[in-house]
Design a protein around this ligand. Structure first.
Ligand code: ATP
Ligand code: MG
Length: 409
């Protein structure tokens, strides 16, 4: 109604129409992920794009940015509060409980697709964006963390973007370590409360770990000398972290300790990590994750250890850079219209044999061959008819010519 008839509706702010070289880079990221997840034996899952709102509210945590201000929630026609997924983990955890996936534990799953967050759109930050996601559920051993990180590391290498992307690693300790650290942080920041940013003053009581994540210069000085998790780690939590780092070293995965790294969500325990680059400005985190041993219980399931990560496809694709669209293996040219059926039959045979082929059969017949040459195909197969006699010719190097000839005859 707000749009007068005849005027084209615009795309929604923060959504993207991805085309051409950008779409090729996007597809390259997804294809590479699909290949690598199979190497690590992660099983593919497809998840709903929306869930009951409480799936996200209870698992991600009410005090997080995502739940408090970024969710696309709405009431459906049945009066139920639903939310477009802002992340994958909560829905996968819900399915693990409701679909009896426990019987497959330890379960390694991977998926990818669109997510929705009401954020301020800018380069590398959208309202509909896309993630790759990998989770290991029902595995409490540090080697699960190592396997998951090795997979992320190999993905970045195979995308050709590992240079300049660094793995930042931290531990948040177990439940007790984290609580003790949290209490020390509250005490530390309370003493300087009036000098903190407004956001951080608010976080102080609800989610003090998040102050460490603050980008506000007013907070930075107090973050620098804040209590460190290392002083609060239980022996067990320290052993766990040592096993993770030893495993990474054995796997040849380079990492850097970042004692101020916390993740935005409430459910993390032990390992927390991000792969970060300085090549994307403020949107430099391309992949993040950690261990979320507390999550299943918050959704009413049995205690189940789990670890996972998610990566922004758009940010990875920006690092990959533009990728040209591939040329056709064969351009099929119809120079005389009565040869169209022969050309269509040949196209079918070429494609069935795994060669990509494009038909050139429109516009002035005399210009079609030149157009096909300009399109850059590997070979050209042209059909014409003189004096009622159909014939074809092939422009290609010898092996390709022989192969095409054999396929179409
Ligand atoms: P940020 O600090 O950039 O907001 P985040 O901690 O909210 O990231 P996660 O929830 O961990 O991000 O999501 C994992 C990855 O998904 C991020 O590292 C990033 O690559 C990507 N991502 C998150 N939000 C967006 C968005 N709005 N647009 C594009 N990519 C995003
Ligand atoms: Mg965010």
């Amino acid at each position: 109604m707000s749009n007068p008839a005849g005027k084209t509706p615009q795309a929604i702010r923060g959504t993207q129409d991805i085309f051409g070289a950008d779409a090729e880079a996007f597809a390259f990221v997804v294809e590479t992920f699909e290949r690598v997840r199979k190497l690590y034996r992660f099983r593919r899952v497809e998840m709903p794009v929306f869930e009951r709102t409480e799936v996200f509210a209870r698992s991600i945590g009410e005090t997080t940015d995502i739940v408090s201000k970024e969710m696309y929630s709405f009431e459906d026609r049945g009066g139920e509060s639903l939310t477009l997924r802002p992340e994958f983990t909560a829905g996968i955890a819900r399915a693990f409980i409701t679909d009896g996936w426990q019987q497959h534990a330890p379960l390694k799953v991977a998926t990818h697709g669109p997510l929705f967050r009401y954020e301020r759109p800018q380069k590398g930050r959208y309202r509909q964006f896309h993630q790759l996601d990998a989770e290991i559920i029902g595995a409490g051993e540090p080697q699960a963390d190592v396997e998951l990180l090795a997979m992320a590391d190999q993905l970045l290498k195979e995308l050709g973007i590992a240079d300049g992307v660094t793995l930042h690693l931290n531990t948040l300790g177990d439940g007790n370590s984290r609580e003790a650290w949290r209490a020390a942080l509250v005490e530390h920041f309370r003493a300087v409360k009036g000098e903190l940013s407004d956001d951080s003053q608010e976080r102080l009581e609800k989610n003090p770990l998040r102050i460490l994540d603050s980008k506000d210069p007013r907070d930075k000085a107090f973050v620098a000398d804040a209590p460190k998790i290392d002083d609060y780690l239980s022996g067990e939590a320290q052993d766990f972290f040592d096993s993770v780092t030893a495993g990474l070293d054995a796997a040849g995965v380079a990492w850097e300790r970042d004692p101020a790294l916390v993740r935005g969500l409430d459910y993390y325990r032990h390992t927390a990590f991000e792969f970060v680059t300085d090549r994307l400005g403020a949107q430099g985190t391309v992949l993040g994750g950690g261990r979320y041993d507390g999550l299943m219980e918050s959704l009413g399931g049995a205690p189940t250890p789990a670890v996972g990560w998610a990566a922004g496809i758009e940010r990875l694709a920006m690092l990959v850079g533009e990728r040209g669209e591939a040329f056709a293996d064969v351009a099929v040219v119809v120079e005389s219209d009565e040869m169209l059926a022969s050309a269509i039959a040949a196209l079918g045979k070429l494609r069935a044999a795994g060669l990509s082929a494009e038909l050139h059969a429109s516009g002035s017949p005399r210009k079609r061959f030149d157009k096909a040459v300009r399109a850059g195909a590997g070979a050209i197969l042209a059909f014409d008819a003189r004096d009622g006699i159909g014939s074809h010719r092939i422009k290609a190097d010898d092996p390709a010519r022989e192969r095409i000839e054999a396929l179409i005859s």
